[in-house]
Ligand binder design. Structure first.
Ligand code: DC
Length: 228
């Protein structure tokens, strides 16, 4: 069957990556977490004290950054920054608090979007993010836009952070999510938007399994259509 591109966009902590990972596994597709790429860039910028207001410093730093993905022994995709696995570090709160500022910079977006398009050139990919269906792959055969209630999202994120031994109170998480939603959807460069042809899915009251089933069902119908 012909391979397609599945773009999964939506607000922070709506279950995009959990769903995307599982769908990719079921279809035998490659999973790319585009948010992880922005997080890795943010980590580099923080560690090298890059001034976001200085375009030369930003360009110089971008020329030194290579973000890649490797599949570990358990079959899970891990983000690497200049060859080092940074999968856990990039999920820390200190990164979440800066990533929206870094990902709003046009130079950062151009560098990452180029790389994302290269990763999807052979199709057979599930990519999650904020602008995948609108900017990165406007021709994706399947576009999903996930939403969920803010408190449900905050509790999901808190559980994820706890699993990494980071205890953050719920109010701080809600504050971070609200702020990021606002910054991600109001920035000038490729803001978070639902593509007109995206299928919207509210995940507040459904389980991950139900979410995955629905995306796989839609994907199969698009694969059949693409193969005709
Ligand atoms: O999906 P995430 O929460 O790990 O993403 C982290 C940040 O990266 C998010 O607040 C906005 C930014 N991002 C983006 O601007 N474009 C994408 N395609 C993916 C993420």
């Amino acid at each position: 069957m012909k391979k397609i591109i599945i773009a999964i966009d939506g607000y922070s902590a709506c279950g995009k990556s959990t769903t995307a990972k599982e769908v990719a596994k079921i279809l035998g597709y490659r999973y790319i977490d585009s948010g992880a790429m922005y997080r890795a860039v943010t980590m580099y910028f923080l560690e090298h004290h890059v001034a976001l207001t200085n375009p030369h410093e930003v360009d110089h730093a971008l020329s030194k950054i290579k973000v890649s993905f490797r599949v570990n022994s358990t079959g899970t995709s891990e983000t690497c920054l200049n060859g080092l696995v940074v999968e856990d570090e990039i999920r820390e709160m200190r990164i979440s608090q800066q990533v929206s500022q870094v990902s709003a910079l046009p130079a950062v977006r151009h560098a990452m979007v180029d790389q994302q398009r290269r990763l999807g050139k052979d199709r057979g990919i599930v990519m999650d993010g904020r602008d995948i269906g609108t900017v990165v792959f406007p021709d994706a055969e399947l576009k999903i836009f996930l939403t969920a209630d803010i408190l449900v999202r905050a509790f999901r994120r808190q559980k994820e952070l706890l699993g990494r031994d980071e205890m953050i109170d719920i109010d701080t998480i809600v504050e971070n999510l609200v702020l990021r939603d606002e910054m991600d959807s109001t920035r000038k460069e490729s803001p978070l938007r639902k593509a007109p042809d995206a299928h919207q899915l509210d995940t507040t009251f459904i389980t991950i399994d139900e979410e995955v089933d629905e995306v796989v069902r839609l994907a199969l119908s698009r694969m059949v259509r693409a193969s005709k």
